[in-house]
Design a protein around this ligand. Structure first.
Ligand code: FUB
Length: 501
């Protein structure tokens, strides 16, 4: 296995080797994926195998249109992780056309005994409310980019809007030096009129670009200049020409950063005339750190840590975006693939700045971001807060992680709090819960805090089966509230979701 981006770890080797049965078991299915996706993920073959040669001969515009129309579908979800029907790593989020567009890497199960990272294409996703995500289908795939060696190396991308066009930057194994197993990693561009494509790839990677991965493009609001950041055992920056397709300057290695462990994932942005360079820093596992400068080219000064390492996923590639007046950190974990951290899931949490422009540390949450309508199946297992004792989250089905999670309440006064539920002005009459209890027992649904106003007490019958149980509301609820589910007596009650009617 070759580690093209070096930096102390073999990038194409999984850290934990799952059994094939486990890999299949991790296939998510909460939201029924389109037949194509099922084939692709289950059979784990290069996509459209029968038509591979035809694909090469097709007009790229027609091909891109076909991708957009055939593969567009929905991927509704909420909370963290953002998507339950596909793996999505390295999530670059951009605010385009009044929504957030997500451009993640698309992890798939490796074909033919391969291990480690495996990506053949990119999808884009969008959301206006950051709770419901639409899958716009494949926007670029390894078989429709002339310079790409199609060996599943489509790593972390970015997309920016300039001159009326969307420029999608992606790293891949080039056909250069094809005697090497991976080829050489280079960054290329595909261009579209809309954020979801169709994207037309340039015939070659960015002319003259050295070996490179994980592009990020910063558009300087001061003068519109574009800067390309990328990694290759360090972080580099080069100015782009106005066409955004060519380098205007030689790439410079950015100094004053940690001397080791900068293997991937730079993300640069501007806020209040401060330039931020954020990046995963591998100290054992990766954590997100950042530096600041007065100029996109630096010099940068190290400032600190944005998100700590976690115990599950070696990588933690991220992006930062402002949307409707709030700032968000998008990152990934391996929520749907607990035994294999090369199959990753995109997440988002709120990010805040201090008065002096420095960034407050972000603690990863299960709840994520956005406001949840009270009529949804509110996934209280993705809680914002919980009692210290008597709360345990587990998969509904260990063999089908895409089904999601349940939370068990097992001690007197155990509770989970799920923030930001919108009741609006609707006159809700009842609350329904999907629950199961080996002991039987009551749960209470309250507003705002664990001893807040009681909305309903629901008796969950003793049963080995999941039941949907309703109770009338004793208090009316309107507007935006946190929702709390408590267990007033010691029992064993498992909850899948709560919903208002
Ligand atoms: O997704 C493949 C690689 O893993 C990315 O390019 C890196 O940033 C890391 O997340």
């Amino acid at each position: 296995m070759i580690a093209q981006n070096g930096g102390g770890r073999p990038c194409n080797v999984a850290l934990v080797t799952p059994k094939v049965s486990e890999l299949r078991a991790d296939f998510p299915r909460r939201v029924a994926p389109r037949a194509f996706n099922i084939l692709r993920l289950r059979n784990i073959k290069p996509w459209l195998p029968a038509g591979k040669n035809k694909v090469k001969n097709l007009n790229p515009l027609l091909l891109a249109l076909a991708f957009a129309f055939l593969l567009a579908g929905s991927a509704a979800r909420a909370d963290n992780p953002l998507l339950m029907n596909a793996f999505a790593a390295d999530p670059t989020a951009r605010a385009f056309e009044g929504k957030i567009y997500l451009y993640p890497s698309h992890d798939i199960q490796p074909p033919n005994g391969r291990r480690g990272f495996c990506m053949e294409d990119y999808h884009s996703y969008s959301s206006a409310n950051l709770m419901d995500w639409e899958d716009h289908g494949v926007i670029v795939t390894q078989t429709n980019v002339p310079w790409v060696n199609p060996n599943y190396g489509m790593w972390a991308p970015d997309c920016v809007f300039k001159n009326g066009k969307y420029y999608f930057y992606f790293p891949a194994n080039s056909k250069d030096a094809a005697t090497r197993r991976q080829g050489v990693q280079k960054v290329g561009v595909a261009v579209a009129e809309r954020p979801f494509g169709p994207f037309i790839p340039e015939t070659n990677y960015i002319p003259g670009i050295p070996p490179s991965i994980d592009p990020c493009v910063l558009l300087d609001p001061k003068d519109g200049s574009a800067y390309l950041f990328y990694s290759m055992n360090a972080i580099f920056v080069a100015k782009l020409k106005d066409n955004l397709l060519e380098l205007a300057t030689e790439p410079l290695r950015i100094t004053n950063l940690p001397p080791q462990g900068l293997v991937e994932g730079p993300f640069a942005f501007e806020r209040n005339s401060n330039y931020y360079l954020t990046f995963p820093h591998a100290i054992g596992r990766e954590r997100i750190e950042y530096a600041m400068a007065d100029n996109p080219l630096g010099p940068y000064t190290m400032k600190g840590v944005i998100m700590d390492q976690n115990a599950r996923c070696w990588t933690i590639h991220h992006s930062i975006v402002e949307y409707q007046g709030r700032w968000y950190l998008f990152y990934h974990d391996n929520d749907l693939s607990p035994r294999d951290d090369a199959r990753r899931s995109a997440r988002a949490d709120y990010l805040s700045f201090n008065e002096d422009g420095t960034i407050q540390k972000v603690i990863p949450t299960l709840r994520g971001v956005g406001i949840c309508d009270a009529r949804r199946k509110i996934q209280v297992d993705r809680y914002s807060a919980a009692s210290k004792e008597g709360v345990a989250v587990s998969y509904l089905d260990n063999d089908r992680t895409g089904e999601g999670w349940k939370v068990a309440l097992t001690e007197k006064d155990a509770f989970v709090q799920y923030d930001r539920v919108e009741f609006g002005t609707a006159a809700y009459k009842s609350v329904k819960v999907r629950a199961q209890s080996s002991t039987g027992g009551a749960i209470e649904v309250r507003l705002d805090k664990s001893d807040g106003p009681l909305l309903a007490k629901i008796e969950i019958p003793m049963s080995a089966e999941w039941k949907e149980v309703s109770a009338n509301l004793t208090t009316a609820a309107s507007g935006l509230h946190n929702l709390v589910v408590t267990l007033p007596e010691k029992n064993n009650v498992e909850i899948d979701w709560v919903s208002f009617e």
